[in-house]
Write a protein that binds this ligand. Structure first.
Ligand SMILES: Nc1nc2c(c(=O)[nH]1)N[C@H]1C(S)=C(S)[C@@H](COP(=O)(O)OP(=O)(O)OC[C@H]3O[C@@H](n4cnc5c(N)ncnc54)[C@H](O)[C@@H]3O)O[C@H]1N2
Ligand code: MOO
Length: 399
């Protein structure tokens, strides 16, 4: 049986970023850039006042206080019309272009208006260059401001706007189909009879994929017959990723693997040394990646976060597509079963200035309710001998 790390590596290796496309920049939040972006302007575009005040010649203030004659008032968005000469000042607003001749801006708080003759008193001497942002000091025309592979956050949206990039090449989100297999399954509105169970995996998996911005279609429930599974699976082959849950272990009606093979799906793995989630199948049919997950709800949840999360983000162009782990101090001893790596629902919190983690009560692979009391998965590595309170352990944050 392969390890979780090997399985994640296989998923990463077998998944390619989707074909990039040009998208209006406002719709790119959370996506990865598929191109470098250059600026078409200098920023600031001109020598710009950083304060509301007076544009002056710094040397005129050497023996401050000093009185200067105000020759014009310059608002942001308007070009100055007069050159500032010795003995003169132009009133200027933040963001306006500094007039020719001036080499400093003194802010209003350091001046006193003199009502007569349009004059102003500068109260203290000021250094050359004060309160002026020089043309091109932040961005130069032609400079590469954003790089292929960067994730677009609000600040990158702002830069795209600043450099006039109204359409930008990004990697899109994948289309995903979800099939729930199991003759015992009924939908949410139905009251299950004794042998039945409501389909929860279809909805939790859809929510997990939508959280990553994927374009999800819930294809529905199929009974445990080869015909039904095969028919729905073939319908799902128009998607980038097809997810099935249930029917992957050793039972007489666990037919998903057989159907995948009958359809000549290339299988990359079908068991991983993982708890919960051992019987998980990953393959490809034509352009579609197929993940067949175990039916137990926590097993389906965990295998999504480990493998499908990685595939979706690789398709979206992320350079580090898999879930990251961080370390926290364990608050209670843990009994270790070994052999398979375990992912246990746990609670992560800050206490006494450090990050702590403790497992929540959990009855195993079917106990989905326990995951609603958790905000992380605590990792018990396959080589761990024992885990004692106070030890550092790896966790995956879920929220
Ligand atoms: N002889 C063996 N039996 C089992 C093994 C094994 O290695 N040898 N593995 C066990 C493990 S581990 C898991 S996990 C399960 C996985 O089983 P399947 O993927 O075949 O899943 P099902 O049998 O179809 O269902 C398991 C369980 O989950 C419920 N279920 C299924 N689909 C849904 C859904 N959409 N929403 C909610 N709940 C669902 C289903 O009713 C079952 O109770 O196999 C073990 N057996
Ligand atoms: O993989 Mo199963 O989920 O251990 O219960």
């Amino acid at each position: 049986m392969i390890s979780v790390d090997t399985a994640i590596k296989i998923v990463t290796d077998k998944t390619e970023p989707l074909q990039s496309r040009a998208v209006p920049f406002e719709n790119t939040m959370g996506l990865c850039l598929a191109q470098d972006v250059q600026s078409d302007i200098d920023m600031p575009p001109f020598d710009r006042s950083a304060m509301d005040g007076y544009a002056i010649i710094a040397e005129d203030t050497a023996h401050a206080p000093v009185e200067l004659t105000v020759i014009e008032s310059i608002a942001a968005g308007y070009m100055p019309t007069k050159k500032v000469s010795h003995g003169q000042a132009s009133k200027i607003m933040t963001g306006a272009a500094v007039p020719e001749g001036a080499n400093a801006v003194v802010k209003f708080e350091e001046t006193e208006d003199i009502q007569t003759d349009n004059r102003v008193k500068i109260l203290r001497s000021i250094d050359k260059g004060s309160n002026i942002s020089k043309k091109g000091e932040d961005i130069q025309i032609g400079q590469t401001v954003l790089y292929k592979g960067m994730v677009i956050r609000p600040q990158e949206i702002g830069i795209l706007a600043s450099v006039g990039k109204s359409y930008v090449e990004v990697f899109p989100t994948p289309t995903i189909g979800i099939i729930s297999t199991g003759s015992e399954l009924v939908d949410v509105e139905s009251k299950p009879s004794v042998a039945q169970i409501r389909n929860s995996n279809g909805y939790s998996l859809a929510a997990q994929a939508r959280r990553l911005k994927a374009d999800v279609e819930i294809l529905g429930i199929v009974k445990d017959t080869k015909e039904e599974i095969s028919g729905m699976l073939q319908k799902g082959l128009k998607k980038d990723i097809l997810i099935l849950s249930g029917g992957v272990s050793m039972g007489e009606y666990d037919l998903v693997g057989e159907v995948m093979k009958d359809l000549h799906t290339q299988i990359y793995f079908e068991k991983v040394a993982l708890r919960p989630g051992k019987p998980v199948i990953f393959g490809r049919k034509d352009k579609t990646l197929i993940f067949a997950l175990p039916g137990n709800p926590v097993a389906s949840f965990v295998t999504f976060e480990l493998f499908i999360y990685t595939a979706i983000r690789k398709m979206m162009g992320f350079s580090n597509p898999q879930r990251i782990t961080i370390q926290a101090t364990l608050e209670t001893d843990i009994f270790v079963k070994r052999k398979r790596r375990e992912y246990r629902p746990a609670l992560f919190c800050a206490r006494d200035n450090t990050w702590k983690v403790s497992p929540v009560e959990w009855h195993g692979s079917a106990d989905l309710l326990a995951t609603t009391r958790a905000n992380c998965l605590l990792i018990v590595r396959e080589d761990a001998q024992k885990l004692a309170a106070g030890q550092l352990v790896d966790v995956i944050l879920l929220d």
